[in-house]
Design a binder for this molecule. Sequence first.
Ligand SMILES: Nc1ncnc2c1ncn2[C@@H]1O[C@H](COP(=O)(O)OP(=O)(O)OP(=O)(O)O)[C@@H](O)[C@H]1O
Length: 312
Amino acid sequence: MLELEGLRKRYGDRVALDGVTFSVRPGELYGFVGTNGAGKTTTMRITLGVLEPDAGTVRYQGEPVDTATRRTFGYMPEERGLYPRMRVGDQLRYLAELHGLSRGDADRAARYWMERLAVIERVEDRVEALSLGNQQRVQLAAALVHHPAVLVLDEPFSGLDPVGVDSLAEVLRERAAAGVPVVFSSHQLELVERLCDSIGIIYRGRMVATGTVDELRASRSERVLRIGTDAAAGWADAVPGVVSAEYGPATTLVLAPDADDQTVLDAARALGPVREFTPLRASLTELFREAVADNGGDGAAVGAGDPEGVAA
Ligand SMILES: Nc1ncnc2c1ncn2[C@@H]1O[C@H](COP(=O)(O)OP(=O)(O)OP(=O)(O)O)[C@@H](O)[C@H]1O
């Protein structure tokens, strides 16, 4: 298990991390999401020892992580870290050997990942001559080439075409199924919702929610129901537990946390037939906006970015 506990980091008077704690179990695919500047990259850099925290610890299998352990981790940094003038194949073999693989194993692993990530035809090309998407694929191969025990990937899906997204998703699922804790950051919330076992939402350097999507849904303060009825607009306004109502071809109701949905159903049935009665599941995007809004942010403006960090 990979455990991050109480990570704190300041850059001058800007607090980037304010006590970040979460853990990723073996075999778990963990999506790390947050607004721009929330602290994802800082957290990942600390996990890989690229950056020292001011406080807090990173543990793997119960022990504080040292340099030797970190060599067994696979990391894809946000700033990308390839040698632009080196050829793709040489680069991957070199990185694998650097992580302790024999020449033969390094060669086999490099070929495997170049094939898997569809860059094998570029084996003799210099990295700088590749398109950004293909550089990204090589960067992913570099994170995977030494059979890492843990994977930490900073925005691995950004810049990939849909085919690349699908093959990377499959690789991550597969690595997780093999028992590797996998954590990756992303702004593509639909993808994260589809792919991940667990999700952590960071906002202004603090974890504001963590758990499975279902757990995040269950902790939501309000519930939403859609009811198909021909009753006149306004029918639900006085029903106990209804916080707000929108009337159209169907009625959409926001219920208070302790409301009894059967009371609402009875009220609707008393007015005529009920064609539909559907609790609406919140998407990760909605859960994300709500978590941000609950923590003093402007949930509606999340897509447009957010003030970076917090002055100390
Ligand atoms: N080297 C640095 N010097 C000063 N401030 C920094 C530095 N690196 C990061 N920060 C600040 O720390 C905060 C967290 O940044 P970080 O890059 O970790 O966020 P992020 O969640 O990865 O953002 P994004 O989604 O935009 O990549 C931001 O306020 C950022 O401006």
